[in-house]
Write a protein that binds this ligand. Structure first.
Ligand code: ATP
Ligand code: MG
Length: 474
């Protein structure tokens, strides 16, 4: 493993090295950037540690870069942030020594050596440093054999795991996140440390936890991380509703599937087709209400009636609990959870155009996402079954395309608005207006009238007459 710097990287590296030399500061490139370069992963965030005044170094570097970058100095923390062109993000921090007291989350921080600074990092692969000093430029400073761990794909804490994880319990989540993103194995002692310290996660803010959770969900195979979180005991503490899906119950020899591992497989299936975080969240939550809706019906077996509706109602609560945004992303996830059984009901025979139009109307622009979720929801081990279900969904997609082409339902706006209805019959906002609007929508979706203004207008007059209304002359 050797580091190859691009000409662009050489450009700012040389400037940092020159500025450090002018100021007489021992300086290193450190952490995630070194790790990612060694792994040939693309990265634009570089962290520098200098033994001394990082703010002065950042300022000097910024003065020599063209175009002049934006510099933010955080005096209280002794860190500085330089944002340069093309998305380059350079962070500067003075080497520090941290000591934690068990009764406080905040460490006492004092200036230290590069070794002190490497010791306070979470994993050996994140503690690698590259010297920028002129006489040893490019030399790897690797006190914990991080390079070997990188080659062996091992995640290990530099200090005894109990200490690293009690000092900052978020590191447990980070370790599992890296295991998921990089496909690395967590070293045995480090894993035991996580299992033992899992309860400490309660002192970490929800935002930081959720940030890691989202990174896990965005990995190529997110199930790896969710399973590790489950087995370590962390998931129980941060997301108990998901753990409640675990296990299968048996009555009279009838069992149901383990909905936790089913959900993980749906998530992995879906992740092969999308990197959209919110669509992935919809996979995580699609069956979340199965424990609450589970019934055993004699002679029939296990049912989960209404789990999509109850699950939909749980979405805002879970988003609030996890401090996920309560905006259109939440509404999207909720909608997909609520609709996730609908395409299945359309794989039966003799499906009317009306049922197809209703799905298109309800799913709107999220129709394609919904179909991806439904296809990912097939987790049978029987290949033939999987293929049969997939080709059924293919037929649903085709039917939907045909109906959409002729009727344009997905972004349907009623050609006759409530305003027009009120004007036509001289009404103020009242019940009959709603009745006419709803019956217009139903008539259109049921194919009673075509999707045109004229047809809708005639239908409105007809419906008004039924309700005993007379149009006012205009
Ligand atoms: P990513 O950028 O993908 O989130 P990263 O490892 O680069 O991963 P950053 O938050 O950019 O994470 O942090 C940069 C470096 O700072 C890390 O590589 C690690 O050395 C150190 N670090 C970050 N967070 C912690 C922590 N909670 N405990 C110890 N060291 C940490
Ligand atoms: Mg980083």
């Amino acid at each position: 493993m050797a580091i190859q710097f691009s000409p662009e990287e050489r450009n700012w590296l040389d400037r940092v090295a020159a500025a450090a030399q002018e100021l007489g500061l021992e300086t290193y490139l450190v952490g995630g950037f070194v790790r990612d370069k060694l792994l040939s992963r693309p990265t634009k965030d570089a962290d520098f540690v200098c033994v001394g005044d990082a703010l002065a170094l950042a300022q000097r570097v910024a003065d020599t870069l063209k175009p002049r970058p934006a510099v933010s100095l955080f005096k209280t923390f002794g860190t500085a942030h330089v944002q340069w062109k093309d998305g380059w993000d350079l962070e500067f921090v003075g080497a520090r020594r941290e000591s934690y007291q068990s009764d406080s989350r905040k460490p006492t921080v004092v200036p230290g050596t590069i070794q002190d600074d490497q010791l306070r990092r979470d994993l050996t692969i994140n503690a690698l440093a590259i010297s920028l000093d002129p006489d040893r430029f490019g030399e790897l400073v690797d006190p914990f054999n991080g390079l070997q761990d990188l080659q062996d794909k091992i995640l290990r804490t530099p200090l005894p795991p109990a200490q690293t994880f009690t000092d900052d319990p978020l590191r447990m989540m980070r370790t599992i996140r890296f295991a998921t993103q990089l496909g690395f194995t967590i070293e045995e002692g480090t894993w035991e440390g996580i299992c033992e310290q899992a309860d400490r996660i309660r002192i970490i803010s929800q935002e930081r936890i959720t940030d890691e959770l989202n990174k896990i969900l965005l990995a190529e195979k997110p199930s790896v991380g969710l399973d590790l979180l489950y087995r370590s005991g962390l998931l129980e503490r941060i997301f108990p509703q998901l753990v409640a899906l675990r296990g299968a119950e048996y009555i009279d020899g009838h069992g149901h599937k383990d909905n936790f591992y089913h959900t993980l497989q749906v998530l992995d299936n879906l992740s092969r087709h999308t990197t959209d975080l919110w669509l992935r969240w919809a996979a995580v939550l699609h069956d979340i209400a199965k424990p609450q809706t589970k019934r055993f019906e004699k002679g029939h077996g296990w049912t989960f009636h209404g789990h999509e509706v109850v699950g939909g109602r749980m979405v805002p609560k879970i988003f609030t609990q996890l401090k996920l945004p309560l905006n259109e992303h939440m509404r999207f996830v909720r909608k997909l959870v609520e609709l996730h059984l609908r395409p299945i009901s359309l794989t039966k025979e003799n499906i009317t155009d009306s049922a197809i139009r209703r799905l298109l109307f309800d799913a709107g622009d999220d129709f394609d996402c919904l179909m991806l979720l439904c296809e990912a929801d097939i987790t049978s081990k029987n290949k033939q079954k999987v293929n049969r279900y997939l080709s059924n969904f293919q037929l649903v997609r085709e039917r939907c395309r045909e109906v959409e082409e002729s009727d344009q339902i997905r972004n349907w706006q009623p050609p006759i608005t409530g305003e027009v209805i009120m004007q036509t019959f001289g009404l103020s906002p009242s019940k009959p207006v709603g009745i006419i609007k709803d019956s217009l929508k139903d008539a259109m979706l049921d194919g009673v009238i075509p999707n045109t203004y004229e047809a809708a207008h005639a239908f409105m007059l007809e419906k008004g007459k039924e309700l005993g209304l007379t149009p006012v002359s205009s």
